[in-house]
Design a protein around this ligand. Structure first.
Ligand code: ATP
Ligand code: MG
Length: 421
């Protein structure tokens, strides 16, 4: 036998059963995005490495150690598989002058690539759907994105997701805070772990993100950035909180939330669940008023978020979602003539938007009925030689004993309509 070739660590297939959940998620999120008038933008998976170095920032986990980058042997271009979507979206907005006619609200979706430690909820190829609004500085646009997410969790029936919210102020606030924080950490140097010692002078804010249990007390007592931000940033944040209060969206003010990416200012947030162990963040976002300028465009305020789809699928999987994308009808058929009649009926009912599964294996009646049951369809049609001859079919409700009736071919659609209504 030939040698089996296996998939690459951290890169996964999506089995058909799970793909049903993906389609349910996508259908739901697309309809919510339509309600908020976001438009989809298609973006390439490969970009120049420089885009992420400038756009995501050199001091981030992503650029430091997670990117799949290579030199194209044919023309020496330095290329990277996108680790996130915002930088590429900003590039596209600048390149296509997409804010020329005013603010624009966009979303993108697809695979992202990060070379990180593989575990449940952490893959090397994973998928995001991301939303970005350009040209809007008012806190009501931060609020609207949070309302959108809150509506999405409701639509998906996910109740166990909490919003953690913070403001990291403007760049000058962060610069001043950096100094305060370095002094605080220097005073507590004995408690810093190796990672924190390394980051102390280039990115002290990131130390706040640490999950190391032995540092938690010291980190919780650190000076708080939100308490020293500028008056304008403060007003912006207060107004956002007020809007969320008006809409009854609960949130937790999270002093230590700074997010891993360098481009944020003012609003930052994460939606977290306790149901996924340590990979509990299902979406993250915030404001990034300086990124468009940093990537060569004209100054444009912006805010956005990204959802990690695999983590949402894990949450959906743990709920009972029977009935999701199941066929309405399963057609059992015995013999060649019954098969062609089954196909004929299936096609005509598909014209009326029914989802139909036709048995194609030609197994015994008993085994086909088992398959019908397993398909989770509510209704089975049964067609044998007799039914072909008498121009009728048997219709059976799969979850009701003694429900089988014989219906003339010409009456199938009317009968079906009366059954369903
Ligand atoms: P984490 O702290 O879990 O590493 P992150 O801050 O790196 O997340 P973002 O860059 O904000 O994540 O990406 C947004 C979302 O994408 C995350 O909240 C998460 O749901 C998802 N995500 C990020 N990295 C991965 C991954 N390697 N595998 C699966 N999902 C991921
Ligand atoms: Mg990460």
């Amino acid at each position: 036998m030939a040698k089996k070739i296996q998939s690459i660590k951290g890169f996964y297939d999506v089995a058909p059963e799970r793909q049903k959940l993906w389609r349910y998620f996508e259908a739901t999120v697309l309809s919510v995005l339509d309600q908020y008038h976001y438009q989809e933008i298609g973006l390439p998976i490969v970009e120049s490495t420089d885009l992420f170095i400038s756009g995501v920032g050199t001091q981030t986990d992503i650029v430091e150690k997670e990117m799949y980058s290579w030199i194209d042997p044919l023309n020496s271009d330095n290329l990277t598989l996108r680790p996130e979507g915002t930088a590429g979206c900003v590039r596209a907005v600048i390149e296509g002058s997409l804010t020329y006619n005013g603010p624009t609200k966009l979303f993108y979706r697809g695979p992202m690539f990060r070379h990180e430690n593989v575990q449940k909820g952490r893959q090397r190829q994973f998928h995001q759907i991301g939303v970005e609004a350009f040209g809007l500085s008012d806190p009501s646009s931060d609020a609207e994105q949070i309302l959108l997410l809150s509506r999405l969790w409701k639509a998906l029936g996910l109740t166990n997701i909490t919003l953690e919210l913070n403001s990291i102020g403007d760049p000058a606030d962060r610069e001043a805070y950096r100094k305060v924080l370095i002094t605080y950490f220097e005073d507590n140097k004995a408690e810093l772990d190796e990672d924190a010692q390394r980051r102390l002078y280039d990115n002290p804010l990131r130390i706040l993100d640490s999950k190391n249990p032995s540092m938690q007390d010291m980190l919780n007592s650190a000076p708080k950035l939100r308490e020293s931000i500028s008056a304008e940033a403060r007003t912006h944040f207060d107004s956002l909180c007020q809007t969320l209060d008006n809409h009854g969206v609960p949130y937790i003010l999270s002093d230590r939330l700074v997010r891993g990416l360098d481009y944020y200012n003012r609003t930052v947030y994460e939606w977290v669940t306790k149901d996924l162990g340590s990979q509990g963040t299902v979406a993250g976002g915030g404001r990034y008023d300086y990124l468009v300028e940093k990537l060569g465009g004209v100054t444009t305020p912006a805010c956005g978020f990204a959802i990690g789809i695999e983590r949402i699928i894990l949450l959906l999987e743990s709920k009972a979602l029977d009935g999701l994308m199941n066929p309405d009808i399963y057609i059992v058929n015995l013999g060649d003539e019954a098969r062609s009649k089954a196909l004929m009926i299936a096609e005509s009912l598909r014209d009326h938007h029914y989802n139909i599964a036709v048995n194609m294996e030609g197994a015994s009646f008993k085994s086909q009925m088992k398959k019908a049951d397993k398909s989770h369809a509510n209704i089975a049609f049964i067609i044998g030689e007799d039914e072909v001859e008498k121009k009728c079919i048997q219709i059976k409700l799969l979850r009701e004993e003694g429900s089988q009736v014989s219906v003339k071919d010409k009456d199938v659609l009317t009968h079906l309509t009366s059954m369903i209504n």
